[in-house]
Write a protein that binds this ligand. Structure first.
Ligand SMILES: Cc1cc2nc3c(=O)[nH]c(=O)nc-3n(C[C@H](O)[C@H](O)[C@H](O)COP(=O)(O)OP(=O)(O)OC[C@H]3O[C@@H](n4cnc5c(N)ncnc54)[C@H](O)[C@@H]3O)c2cc1C
Length: 509
């Protein structure tokens, strides 16, 4: 490993071999020498849904892989989830070293990144496990017709038969069981089911990544209540939540082929004759830069999420470090056709509302614009729903070298057919339920949690995520979806698409 100063970094200093770099003592990392001297060595940037899938499938294919993640490894305030509290791991088999008890670092490197744009603000995960820690836990599969319209070049049959089940099995996902749904704090879900049925919507119980037995224990009073009183998202590392650090990443590290380096931000990607070099920034938990160094790999997998994979590519192109011709990066970006709405149901619901989000409905009233309403338990007595549609217009991401920030160019879609279909669907629910709309604070109306696109398949890269103009550079995350997951929450499709790509790519390395 060679440290580089900021000045050297700016002046593009020369590279050093990966092997010594990987042996360096990095906080929150588990140096196992992966990559040292190996002919094929992969780097995965980002450890969210897609990065976790890529890490495990590369490791299982025998490819040494280093996962670089800017965030830290969070754990629950009440339990060390990696030391067996949810039954996934036990004893000293913890592959990802926990933060020492009593020395929890300040939250400066955070759990969640917030990116403000003029028309929309985006939130995304910023920790080991990425979005799988902060998310609501809903793993919903888009319907065949909606998926086909969105991604006609991808076989829905393969996704349905192979890749969606593969993700659900690896995570151990399951829908809410009857006894939990019948318990007192789940009243808001029951009211939503009744209202949706009255409106003629199809009611769904999607899979979630929660351990329902732990939720049962909460309800029985055997363990302190957390999920069952609505603390299910953006809440550290929740023991009952099967985030990818507890399954995909754990297994990848246990294979001995993968190393996960937390608090390691990638600042730049550079093309080499034999592969790629990445400039890494080792951070303290408080976000200070401790050192810069470079790693090399033969195969690079971008899994930094829609906002940050696009940013890294645009930044590296602008700096002249990535020279391949590709002017499509940043395009095809969208908000998943999302809109948050709230209503006061005719039957008042009690607070707290039990989590996670686990009941959805689909309004098929307009066959061109099916609207999925995801009931989202909220810390008040109103009913909160995320409406998801297929957007008509997409925006674009850019990169501003002065501020070093990603820019969002996106027009609010208030009057498009998709937006009108959302309004009409919500109105149908209100009419059927006798409820009244509640105005949400404006910042909530402007915030989105499902950014997608930026390197869309068939536009900026091929259907296996290989970026046009580059060899062995794959994007595997939410950037690949064209601004939408097909009127569904995106995490399951992001992960299943990464599974599809890795099933084709990993065995070839
Ligand atoms: C509050 C919230 C609730 C949500 N609820 C749901 C839900 O219930 N269901 C659902 O389907 N979706 C939900 N989502 C969306 C879901 O989390 C994302 O769609 C999903 O995580 C995208 O996966 P990804 O692999 O593309 O990126 P991510 O999971 O975001 O992972 C990207 C990772 O890359 C890391 N990274 C970024 N830049 C760098 C860099 N330069 N160097 C190193 N590492 C970097 C990040 O820290 C992050 O860990 C929610 C999102 C939020 C924020």
């Amino acid at each position: 490993m060679r440290k580089i100063s900021r000045r050297q970094f700016i002046h593009r200093s020369s590279l050093l071999a990966a092997g010594t770099a990987l042996a360096a003592g990095c906080s929150n990392s588990n140096s196992n020498g992966s990559g040292s001297g190996s002919a094929q060595h992969a780097i995965v940037i980002g450890s969210g849904f897609a990065g976790s899938v890529a890490a495990l499938r590369l490791a299982q294919a025998g490819v040494p892989v280093t996962v670089l993640e800017r965030g830290q490894h969070w754990q629950s305030e009440s339990a060390n989830v990696l030391a067996g509290s949810n039954g996934v791991a036990s004893g000293n088999t913890n592959p990802l070293p926990p933060v020492q008890a009593g020395s929890e670092p300040p939250r400066n490197t955070g759990l969640l990144e917030s990116i403000s744009g003029e028309t929309v603000s985006v939130q995304c995960g910023s920790c080991i496990g990425g979005g799988s820690l902060v998310y609501g836990g809903v793993l919903i599969q888009p319907r065949r017709e909606t998926f086909r319209r969105l991604l006609p070049q991808i076989s829905y049959d393969d996704m349905d038969n192979i890749y969606y089940p593969r993700v659900l099995g690896q995570i151990g996902a399951a829908p809410i069981p009857d006894d939990v749904l019948d318990s007192p704090t789940y009243e808001s879900h029951r009211v939503f089911i009744a209202d949706s049925e009255r409106a003629g919507f199809e009611v769904l119980r999607p899979n979630t990544s929660f351990d329902w037995d732990m939720v049962r224990q909460e309800i029985a009073g055997d363990i302190p209540p957390q999920v069952s009183i609505g603390n299910y998202a953006i809440n550290g590392n929740i023991p009952a939540k099967r985030s990818t650090d507890k399954n995909y990443l754990r297994e990848a590290v246990q294979s001995g082929k993968a190393e996960v380096r937390g608090l390691t931000e990638v600042e730049m990607i550079r093309e080499l004759p034999t592969g790629y070099a990445v400039v890494c920034c080792r951070l303290s938990a408080a976000g200070e830069v401790l050192e810069r160094y470079e790693l090399q790999c033969t195969h690079l997998f971008l899994a930094a999420g829609s906002m940050n994979s696009s940013k890294l590519l645009l930044k590296s192109q602008l700096a002249g470090e990535l020279k391949g011709a590709n002017d499509r990066i940043g395009r095809g970006w969208g908000t998943n056709g999302d809109q948050l709405v709230a209503n006061l149901a005719s039957v008042p619901v009690a607070s707290p509302q039990g989590g996670p989000a686990c009941i959805a409905s689909i309004d098929h009233g307009d066959p061109d614009y099916p609207i999925t309403s995801m009931h989202s338990p909220a810390p008040f007595t109103a009913q909160l729903q995320m409406l998801m549609s297929t957007p008509d217009e997409l925006g674009q991401l850019g990169y501003d070298p002065v501020s070093d920030k990603v820019q969002i160019l996106w027009s609010p879609d208030g009057a498009t057919p998709s937006a009108l279909a959302r309004r009409a669907s919500f109105q149908r629910l209100l009419t059927a339920s006798g409820g009244t709309e509640v105005n949400l604070p404006s910042f909530l109306g402007k915030t989105i949690w499902h950014p997608l696109g930026g390197t869309v398949m068939g536009d900026a890269c091929d259907n296996l995520g290989q970026l046009y103009g580059y060899r062995n550079l794959y994007v595997v995350d939410g950037s690949l979806l064209p601004g939408s997951a097909g009127a569904a929450n995106p995490a399951l499709t992001v992960a299943a698409n990464a599974e599809r790509i890795m099933a084709a790519v990993a065995p070839r390395l």
